[in-house]
Each structure stands twice: as structure tokens, then as C-alpha cells.
Design a protein around this ligand. Structure first.
Ligand SMILES: [Zn+2]
Length: 66
């Protein structure tokens, strides 16, 4: 996993990975200025598209029918 500095302030970015149906999405969050960027397979993506993919990802729910 590669570390990268914040493009705004140069501070350290914390990465958080999420798995969606189409693959892994990584969110980089700056602890200094709260800048955030999402990446999909190494390229920057829009938060909206990540949320869209997350909405299509099946997540187990407690109240699902059995
Ligand atoms: Zn920053």
C-alpha cells in the first residue's frame, strides 16, 4: 500500500478501503485539513459514484427475510 501526501496541505493521508460489487474503493482522508479523495483501482473517482456502487452492494441486514 502506497502512502501519498495531501494535495492541499501535504499532510499525511489516511486510507480506508471499501469493497463494492465492482471492486475495491479506497478513500484517502487528510488528518490535517479534512481533504478527502476516493480512488477506484488506482484512479480518482467521484464520491457520488462510490455511493452509487455501495448502494448496489448487498449488505447483510438483520431484518432481512429468512
Ligand atoms: Zn491536508
Amino acid at each position: 500500500m502506497s502512502e501519498k501526501p495531501c494535495i492541499k496541505c501535504g499532510g499525511p493521508l489516511v486510507s480506508i478501503s471499501l469493497r463494492v460489487t465492482t471492486g475495491m474503493r479506497t478513500m484517502y482522508s487528510c488528518s490535517e485539513c479534512d481533504y478527502r479523495v476516493w480512488e477506484a483501482e488506482g484512479s480518482t473517482t467521484e464520491l457520488g459514484s462510490v455511493l452509487h456502487e455501495l448502494s448496489k452492494t448487498r449488505v447483510p441486514r438483520r431484518n432481512s427475510r429468512q
